[in-house]
Design a binder for this molecule. Structure first.
Ligand SMILES: *[C@@H]1O[C@H](CO)[C@@H](O)[C@H](O)[C@H]1NC(C)=O
Ligand SMILES: *[C@@H]1O[C@H](CO)[C@@H](O)[C@H](O)[C@H]1NC(C)=O
Ligand SMILES: *[C@@H]1O[C@H](CO)[C@@H](O)[C@H](O)[C@H]1NC(C)=O
Ligand SMILES: *[C@@H]1O[C@H](CO)[C@@H](O)[C@H](O)[C@H]1NC(C)=O
Ligand SMILES: *[C@@H]1O[C@H](CO)[C@@H](O)[C@H](O)[C@H]1NC(C)=O
Length: 364
């Protein structure tokens, strides 16, 4: 080390160098974002993610469910947007499908607790919540739950809204800042009341929902903003009409979720790119694991990264006939009005299911 003193410039260079090292160590820039180093420098609005439609509506043999696996498995497998419908059940926010009699997926608090645990264990991932605020609850009704669970501290609060697709922070900066949760409310958002519950439709436009035609056009269905610069979401879940109501067409789910071919997710993305000159940011799907990861392959293709899961994703749960399952399988609990076919309860269940279904399932 003695030689340093003979060269006046070396100590200066060394100290600058070590200052840079210390700064780098303190800032800890994320080098992998949502599984890929290539995504760190990209704006949030410029990265396509797959969303689970009615992510809490989990179960089998039930017309009111849209997923086979619960939120933790969804996140493990690569889902990065969680869509949900929030209902005011005697003052408690519960995740129900159309009505809490038809399907009750448990409290928002229990659900968000699972999201928080997952995010704590996966610190280089940005997660998005899309809350359908069906009872028009004020955002201040949501914030105590976010605080209790600890998700308020992980939430991104924009200084201004709306933001253009290109105006969002990069995934790397969201991760570096520790604000990795982006939450949209479909109505009643008020940043002055709760700065991290962001208005959906001024920031995002959507294609039609409850689609029964596998051609999946890419028309602009709902927006409150400038669609030339907003992010957009495609509702790529195929329904079929049962007793006059749209329900998931599970039999076609692996084709619907496919990378290419008529009716596939990949095909709708191509249609959308042709019409709107850029790809969607959000791909909302039912039964995401049908297709064996094809939905994630589509997103990876858009993002220009490789899809190579470290472990195989979940496999579709077979629908069993002649048996029932009203537990939902996710601990959330189903109030039992699902469409079931257990011989002993057949008539009663059918009656309840029919009476609830009629006129009830028209809201997604
Ligand atoms: C992100 O930007 C790149 C470069 O402009 C573009 O090729 C890509 O399609 C964009 N992706 C999304 C989801 O906007
Ligand atoms: C939620 O439901 C409770 C009980 O039904 C009711 O008293 C309360 O006004 C509702 N809250 C809102 C914001 O509608
Ligand atoms: C949006 O889609 C819904 C359901 O697909 C449809 O009933 C409605 O008419 C559409 N609205 C517009 C403005 O396209
Ligand atoms: C969809 O699943 C069915 C039943 O498992 C299978 O026979 C069919 O080949 C699958 N289709 C595609 C496109 O993966
Ligand atoms: C019902 O759900 C439980 C819990 O997820 C599961 O163990 C069981 O296999 C399911 N039964 C049927 C018939 O799907």
């Amino acid at each position: 080390m003695l030689w340093i003193s003979k060269h006046p410039f070396v100590p200066l260079t060394l100290s600058l160098f070590s200052a840079a090292l210390i700064r780098a160590a303190l800032v800890q820039r994320a080098s992998v974002c949502n599984g890929h180093s290539e995504l760190c420098d990209r704006s949030y609005g410029n990265v396509t993610i797959v969303g689970a439609h009615d992510s809490y509506a989990v179960g089998t043999n039930n017309l009111a469910v849209n997923q086979d696996y619960d939120v933790t498995q969804q996140l493990n497998d690569g889902i990065r947007m969680l869509q949900m419908q929030a209902h005011n059940q005697t003052g408690t926010i519960q995740l129900c499908h159309t009505s809490c009699v038809l399907y009750n997926g448990g409290t928002l608090e229990d659900y968000l607790t699972k999201v928080k645990s997952w995010m704590d264990a996966n610190t280089n991932d940005v997660v998005t919540l899309l809350i359908v605020n069906i009872d028009n609850l004020p955002p201040t009704q949501y914030s105590p739950i976010f605080q209790k669970v600890g998700l308020d501290k992980l939430s991104f609060a924009p200084t201004t809204s709306p933001l253009a697709a290109s105006g969002w922070p990069t995934l790397g900066s969201l991760i570096d800042a520790g604000t990795r949760l982006i939450t949209f409310l479909d109505n009643a958002a008020d940043l002055s009341a709760v700065p991290y519950l962001i208005d959906e439709f001024t920031n995002i436009w959507e294609t039609p929902f409850d689609v029964t035609d596998p051609a999946f056009d890419c028309s602009i269905n709902r927006t409150k903003g400038d669609t030339s610069s907003q992010m957009y979401l495609i509702n790529h879940f195929l329904d079929t009409i049962v007793f006059g109501n749209p329900v998931p067409d599970v039999a076609k789910a692996n084709v619907t979720n496919g990378v290419d071919g008529p009716g596939s997710l990949g095909a709708q993305v191509s249609t959308c790119v042709a019409h709107h000159s850029r790809p969607p940011t959000f791909l909302l799907v039912d039964f995401y694991e049908f297709g064996g990861g094809s939905v994630f392959q589509v997103a990876a293709n858009i993002n220009g990264v490789s899809y190579s899961p470290t472990s195989p994703i979940a496999t579709p749960k077979p629908t069993t006939s002649g048996s029932s399952n009203t537990t939902g399988g996710n601990g959330g609990g189903n109030t039992g009005a699902g469409f079931v076919a257990s011989p002993s309860h057949c008539v009663a269940s059918l009656f309840v299911a029919l009476s609830v279904l009629v006129g009830a399932l028209s809201v997604v």
